[in-house]
Each structure stands twice: as structure tokens, then as C-alpha cells.
Design a protein around this ligand. Structure first.
Ligand code: FE2
Ligand code: FE2
Length: 416
């Protein structure tokens, strides 16, 4: 199934429904007492740094981020955030961004936002010790047409059953339409109580690049809402990035060349040397790639030659993953869980990176056949929504796939 047919499917969503949704949701937000909206932690390049962001509907004169070690004797420090006015559609608001640096490994902090006469609750901020084992929650595509109720339910199960998770990832296509503010609001509201306390690492999907006419545009909302680690490129700032957490170096790639090249060429040319450079510079035990588009072309799922069923995205990136000894590649986009397992030289193998298409955490599903060569594990059909956990222990990296109600559906462990 191609991107074009995905977009055609989404055009079935009546435009009238979008406009009907807007007024009520706007009113609900405007009537809220707090002007500290969608307070969230974002992953920085190093877990001893953290980015804190929130929205406000009004400009404020006195804005501070206060933080302290969770210790009765600790003093409170304060920093001033950067505030940017932001417009999406007919809505204006302010985006505040503050960056905490040089946090002490292995300690727990608290932080709060002061905004004129208002203060947020104190929120927990955990900093891991070096090489500390950890668990991360991985959510596949969360795009929804049901007010993000499905996303809320899957995420709530994931968070409630994994209270020990250190951070969470969304594999892209967070929203169905990246220019629809009401969808972003619903997406944030669905996980509002978790955002302040768990760092978030988002991956950009193709739906983040769609405007309200379902044409591609530069993903202004995604880029503004998530102040992500730098990659050395001003042109592609926040499009792709990497971070190290415990023993794992995560490389978050951007697979939207088809969508973005006509608007702003050069994404792949910028990304490939960077990929090689950051992996070679990393001393982490595990190298894990997160990228939205899967490596399989399911329109050629039944071909004799395995290479024929590799998608152009796979054909570009997989030789680099082989060369750089990437351990694990997590993808999304097909809205179905498939463990492709080890692939090397475009063929099923006993070594080489393990590839997993992470599944679906929204209410949009496609008809995706089983490939002849690459779908080692697929879930019982018709498939239910799912989430994953990634656990990094001293010598093992384990990916578990759970159904939307928390039932273990698949497990894969790498050891070294
Ligand atoms: Fe998607
Ligand atoms: Fe997608």
C-alpha cells in the first residue's frame, strides 16, 4: 500500500467533521482555569539534560521554571524559558521552552512552572545513573478519527502497566493531520497526566507533513511543539536526532524524503553522513534506530526475490545499518505488528539488524498481507491495537509487544 493510497483513504474523513470538531474543543480549552497547558518533558541528547515545554493562551510577564533535587535541604534554582508566539490555522498561542542542564546522574528532581500568579504542581524528573538498566514504552502510530479515544486507551494501558518506564516514544503519525490543531489538542489531552513526568521522544511521520488540504507541507506544528536535540543542521533542525539513554544509543531518523524533497530538498543527503558519524562516535553498547516508514513494500509482498519486496526507504538505509552494525530497527507506518527479525544484505539472516514494525495505537487500520520472506511474526488477525516495551539490561535488549489490554503477544531478546 503506497502513501498515495493512505492519503486517499484519509480524504474519506469529511472536511465538515473537522470543522464541526473545532469550536467545542476550542471552548473547552479556553474555559480551563490554568494557562500552563500541555506541560511536557522532552528527551535531550543526554539524560542529564532535559527540555521542558508548555503552551499558554496569553503572554505572561513573569515566567520561570523552578527545579530542585528531591532533598529537604536542597535549594530551588530558577531559569527563564524562551517564549515564542505560534499560529496554527486561526489559533494563536505561546510556546514556552526551558532547558535544564548538568543534572546529577542517579538523582530525582522536582520542577514547577511559575507564570505570573499561577504555579503548576511540582512534577517529578528522574535522571538515570550511567548505564542504568531501563525500560522504555514504544507506541506505534496514534493517528485517530475518534477524538483520540483509542490512543488514550492504548496509552493509558501502557502507562498504567509500566509505571517503571523511564521514557516513552511515539513512532510517528502522532496525529492524522499535522496542521489540525484540534487533533494535536486531542492527542496531548489523551496523555496529559503523563507528559509532565516522563520524557518523550517523538518520531516524525508522514501525517505530520500534511496540511488541511491533505497536501504536503513543512511540518510546522511538529517542529514547534517538540524542541528536540540538535543534529548540526539548521536546515533540518528537529527533523532527525539522536540521544543516549543508559546503554542504548537511539538514532531517530526521518524517512519523509518523498513528502519533503519537493518542498525542501536534501533530507537524505544531510542525514546519511550524520547517521554514520553519530553511530561511529557512540560508545554505547546498543545501537537502536527509530524511524517511521517500514522497510517492506507490501504491494510486492509475495515476490520470489526478497529484494523486490524491500521498500525504497529500506533500500536506502539498510546497507548503512548493515555496515554500522545496528542492533535493532523499529519502524511503523503500516499499522500492523510484524517482526521481520534479522535481515542482512536485503535477505532473511541469522545476524544483522533485527527489524520490527511496531504496530498500531490508533483506530486506522490497513489491509496488509503477510510477506513471503520477511514477516517472521505477525499477530492473530484481525489484529488488535498494541504497544511495546524496550528493556535494556546489562547484556540483553528485549522488545515485548503487548495488546491494547496488556496481554503479551510477542517477545524478542538480543544478547551480547
Ligand atoms: Fe500511520
Ligand atoms: Fe505513516
Amino acid at each position: 500500500m503506497t502513501d498515495i493510497s493512505r492519503r486517499s483513504f484519509l480524504k474519506l474523513l469529511p472536511a465538515a467533521l473537522l470543522s464541526l470538531c473545532l469550536p467545542g474543543l476550542k471552548a473547552a480549552s479556553a474555559s480551563s482555569k490554568s494557562d500552563i497547558i500541555f506541560l511536557r518533558q522532552l528527551m535531550a541528547e543526554d539524560p542529564c539534560c532535559r527540555t521542558i515545554m508548555w503552551h499558554s493562551l496569553q503572554p505572561h510577564g513573569n515566567v520561570q521554571l523552578q527545579y530542585k533535587l528531591n532533598d529537604a535541604a536542597a535549594s530551588v534554582s530558577s531559569i527563564s524559558p524562551k517564549t515564542d508566539k505560534f499560529t496554527l490555522g486561526d489559533e494563536d498561542f505561546y510556546i514556552c521552552t526551558a532547558r535544564l542542564e548538568s543534572l546529577q546522574p542517579g538523582h530525582i528532581y522536582s520542577y514547577q512552572v511559575i507564570q505570573d500568579n499561577e504555579a503548576s504542581d511540582w512534577q517529578k524528573l528522574s535522571v538515570p545513573a550511567a548505564n542504568q538498566p531501563f525500560k522504555a514504552l514504544i507506541f506505534p502510530d496514534s493517528q485517530c478519527s475518534d477524538g483520540y479515544a483509542t490512543w488514550h486507551n492504548v496509552a493509558e494501558t501502557g502507562f498504567s502497566k509500566n509505571t517503571d518506564a523511564a521514557f516513552f516514544v511515539n513512532m510517528g503519525d502522532l496525529v492524522d493531520n499535522g496542521a489540525a490543531m484540534f487533533q494535536w489538542r486531542q492527542w496531548f489531552q489523551a496523555i496529559e497526566k503523563h507528559l509532565p513526568q516522563l520524557p518523550f521522544a517523538p518520531v516524525m511521520g508522514n501525517h505530520e507533513t500534511y496540511n488541511l488540504q491533505w497536501l504536503c507541507h513543512l511540518p510546522k506544528a511538529f517542529l514547534s511543539f517538540f524542541a528536540l536535540p540538535g543534529n548540526g543542521s539548521l536546515k533540518w533542525q528537529r527533523y532527525y536526532y539522536d540521544f543516549t539513554y543508559g546503554s542504548v544509543h537511539f538514532i531517530v531518523l526521518n524517512t519523509m524524503m518523498e513528502e519533503l524533497d519537493p518542498l525542501q530538498p536534501g533530507l537524505l543527503d544531510s542525514q546519511l553522513p550524520w547517521l554514520t558519524q553519530v553511530v561511529k562516535a557512540s560508545t554505547a553498547k546498543w545501537q537502536v534506530v527509530l524511524m517511521h516508514k517500514d522497510i517492506i513494500n507490501y504491494e510486492a509482498a509475495l515476490t520470489d526475490n526478497p529484494y523486490d519486496s524491500i521498500d525504497p526507504v529500506g533500500r536506502v538505509f539498510m546497507p548503512y545499518f548493515d555496515e554500522l552494525n545496528i542492533d535493532l530497527v523499529l519502524t511503523a507506518h503500516q499499522h500492523t505488528y510484524r517482526r521481520h527479525d534479522h535481515i542482512k544484505n536485503f535477505r532473511p539472516a541469522l545476524d544483522g539488524p533485527v527489524y520490527i514494525d511496531t504496530g498500531n495505537a490508533g483506530n486506522c487500520r490497513y489491509d496488509v498481507p503477510r510477506t513471503r520472506h520477511f514477516d517472521k511474526v505477525m499477530l492473530p488477525q484481525p489484529e488488535v491495537d498494541n504497544y511495546l516495551t524496550l528493556t535494556a539490561a546489562e547484556t540483553k535488549l528485549t522488545v515485548n509487544c503487548y495488546s491494547h489490554d496488556g496481554l503479551l503477544m510477542d517477545s524478542c531478546t538480543l544478547a551480547k
